[in-house]
Design a protein around this ligand. Structure first.
Ligand code: GLU
Length: 309
C-alpha cells in the first residue's frame, strides 16, 4: 500500500501543537537560549530525492550532537575498527556530559555519542589531519557532500558562546588526557568540537544528509558511497542504542528507529532502505532530547508502520 506521507506529516503537525509549550530550551549554551520554544519542523527525504515537510523546515538551527553522527562516520572510515581501542559502543545510562563513568572506566568513553566519546573522535580526526582548521574544513565538506549542499557552515557565535561556558567538556577532555586517551591540545580540540556542534542546518537539509545512512552507506540520489555497508550498519546500530543518551532505550521503545538528537532541538532518524527524517523543536525533555520531536517521531512510526521492529 502506498503511504500518503504528506497527509501523515500534516496530521502530526496538527496533533503536535499542544506539545510545543512543553520542555525547556537548552540554556547552558547562552547563544542557544534565545531560540523560541514553540517552533516545529519535520521533513522526510525519499530515495528518489522527493521531500515532504511541515512547519518551518527552512529555518536553520544548531545541529549540536547530530554532528557526532557525521564525525563518527568519518573516523570510522579513516581508522576502521581501530577507533574502538579508544571509545566503546555500549549505552552509557548516564547524562550526555557525565564525568563519573569516565573516571571509573579509565578515560575510555562508553560510546561515540556521549560528549567524551565525541571529543575523542574529534581528537582522532585532528590527529589524522594534523591541524584543527583543516579538520573542521574536512568535517564541513563531508556534511556539504552528504547533503549535496555547498552552503552549509557553522555559526561562530554559537561556537564561541559554548567555548566560554565549556568547563565540563574541557574537564572531560582533560580527564581523558590524564588517562592518555587524548592526543592533541585540549582547547583546540574542544573548540573544534564546539564548531562542528554549531553547524547550522534545517530539517530539509538534515533529512537529505542522512539518506546515505538509510541506504547502507551509499547516497541513492548521487550514487556516491560514503561508508561500506558494514560501517553504515555500525553507525545505525550505535544510533539505535546510544543516540538519545540515557533515554536511548525509551526512544527505541517508542519510536523504533536508529536516531540521534541534539540539544539544539533537532533529531534525525533513518528507516533503512526507505527514507530519512529530521525534526526540530527546541523544547527539550529532562534527558536533553526534543520533547515534541520525540513524540512526532513516535507518531510517524505509528501512523506509517515504518519501524525496524
Ligand atoms: N555541544 C553540546 C555539548 O557538548 C552537545 C550536546 C548535545 O547536543 O547533546 O554540550
Amino acid at each position: 500500500m502506498q503511504i500518503d506521507y504528506k497527509q501523515i506529516l500534516e496530521k502530526i503537525y496538527k496533533e503536535i501543537k499542544p506539545e510545543l509549550k512543553k520542555g525547556e530550551v537548552a540554556s547552558y549554551i547562552p547563544a542557544l537560549a534565545k531560540e523560541k520554544k514553540e517552533q516545529f519542523a519535520m521533513s522526510i527525504t525519499l530515495a528518489d530525492g522527493s521531500n515532504y515537510s511541515v512547519g518551518d523546515s527552512e529555518k536553520r538551527f544548531s545541529i549540536q550532537s547530530i554532528s557526532k553522527v557525521f564525525t563518527f562516520a568519518q573516523a570510522l572510515n579513516l581508522y576502521q575498527d581501530n577507533i574502538f581501542k579508544r571509545v566503546g559502543v555500549e549505552p552509557s545510562g548516564n547524562p550526555f556530559n557525565s564525568l563519573v563513568q569516565l573516571e571509573y572506566e579509565n578515560g575510555k568513553p562508553r560510546n561515540p555519542f556521549i560528549n567524551a566519546g565525541a571529543l575523542v573522535i574529534t581528537d582522532m580526526l585532528v590527529s589524522y589531519y594534523k591541524d584543527e582548521y583543516k579538520t573542521l574544513e574536512v568535517i564541513l565538506n563531508f556534511v556539504r557532500e552528504i547533503s549535496s549542499n555547498k552552503e552549509i557552515t557553522f555559526d561562530p557565535i554559537i561556537a564561541k558562546s559554548e567555548m566560554e561556558h565549556g568547563f565540563r567538556n574541557l574537564a572531560l577532555a582533560n580527564l581523558m588526557k590524564s588517562f592518555n586517551n587524548f592526543e592533541n591540545d585540549v582547547k583546540n580540540v574542544v573548540f573544534t568540537y564546539f564548531k562542528h556542534c554549531a553547524i547550522m542546518m534545517n530539517t530539509k537539509e538534515l533529512s537529505r544528509a542522512m539518506l546515505f545512512l538509510a541506504f547502507g552507506g551509499e547516497d541513492p540520489i548521487t550514487n556516491k558511497r560514503f561508508l561500506t555497508k558494514l560501517q553504515a550498519k555500525r553507525v545505525n546500530a550505535v544510533m539505535l542504542t546510544c543516540g538519545h543518551y540515557d533515554a536511548s532505550g525509551e526512544f527505541a521503545y517508542h519510536v523504533g528507529l536508529p536516531g540521534k538528537s541534539g540539544v539544539g532541538g533537532g533529531i534525525v532518524a533513518v528507516v533503512p532502505n526507505k527514507l530519512s527524517i529530521a525534526v526540530f523543536s527546541p523544547g527539550l525533555n529532562e534527558f536533553g532530547n526534543s520533547h515534541a520531536g520525540t513524540i512526532a517521531l513516535e507518531k510517524f512510526t505509528t501512523y506509517t508502520g515504518l519501524s525496524i521492529f
